[in-house]
Structure formats: C-alpha cells, structure tokens
Design a protein around this ligand. Sequence first.
Ligand code: HEC
Length: 159
Amino acid sequence: MTPFQQGEDTRLMKTCEARKRTLRPGLAAMMAALSIVSACGGDSGSADEPDPAAPVDSALAARGEDLFTAKGCVACHYVGRGQRLVGPDLLGAPTRRSYSWIRGMVSNPDSMLRSDETAKELLGQYMTPMANQGVTDDEIRAIWEYLRRATADAETGAP
Ligand code: HEC
C-alpha cells in the first residue's frame, strides 16, 4: 500500500465515522416520525377507509340508495341486473375493487381514467368516460354501503 493510499483510507474512514455520527440522529428522527405516522393510522385503516368485512349499516345503505338515484348514477349503472347500461353493473364492485379505488373513480374519474390502469381498461370496454357527478366523500361512503348491501344480498339470495 502506498503512503498515499494509506492516507486516503484513513481519510475515508474518518468521513464514514462522521457520516455515521450525523446519520444516527437523522435516523432516530425518521423512526420517530414513522411511529407517529403509524400511530395515527397512516394512509390505510383511517376513519374514512371503512372495513369491507364489517356488517352492513342499513341506515347508511338506504341513504346511499337514495343518493345513487339523486346523483344520477342510475342513468348509467344497473345494480344487480347482470348487464351493462352505459357503464358496468355495479353489483360486486365493493368486492372487486378497493374502497379507495372506488372513491377515486367516483370523486375524480377524469384523473383515474388518465392514470389508473384498471380505469383505462374499463374505458376501453365501455367507450364512454365515467362522469364526475360532484359527489362528496360522505356521499360516496353511503353509496358504497348501498353497493355492499346489494352485493351481500345477492350472495345470500335475499330479495
Ligand atoms: C355518464 C354515465 C355515468 C354516470 C352518470 C356514472 N357512471 Fe360510473 N361509470 C361509467 C362508465 C362508462 C364506467 C366504466 C369506466 C369508463 O368507461 O369510464 C363507470 C365506472 C364506474 C365504476 C367502476 C366499476 C367497476 O366495475 O369497477 C364505479 C364504482 C362507478 N362507475 C360508480 C358510479 C357512481 C357511484 C355514480 C354516481 C355518482 C356513477 N358511477 C355515475 C359511467 C357513468
């Protein structure tokens, strides 16, 4: 090893030590931030991300059914006829898609149709863009409950 390399090695070691020293507090802060995020629920499992396995809230489902008509979804979607209208029959939608996907599709179909692969595929099939009906998150939550009730009823053979 030449004296130059030796010097270089010590220099490198020193920089690494210094880096480790500065990294440690940084890492600790990051871990702390992470644990705060997970304690608050982070992105998933937060209050607006309902549990698809929870029992159906029938009052909310009834409100959702009204909204499904009031917000004009009925113009383009059947629920449980097993056939398309302008868009797909929405029976089973809460099972085949995640809640956040459905919320995105209903609240902001334009950007979903631009960027989401599944949405693009549907557009290719239905050849009409899903319309933005100006539905709030609360209303979407109720409509989702209605679709979930319809899906559960169909599975158990309830009328
Ligand atoms: C103008 C017709 C139209 C209206 C109104 C409309 N949709 Fe759609 N919707 C579509 C079409 C068409 C698609 C398929 C994707 C595409 O082609 O853009 C779709 C897709 C969907 C999907 C995804 C279905 C799947 O199989 O994954 C959901 C969920 C949905 N719509 C919910 C709603 C809700 C809720 C409303 C009312 C607030 C609504 N839509 C209003 C036309 C419409």
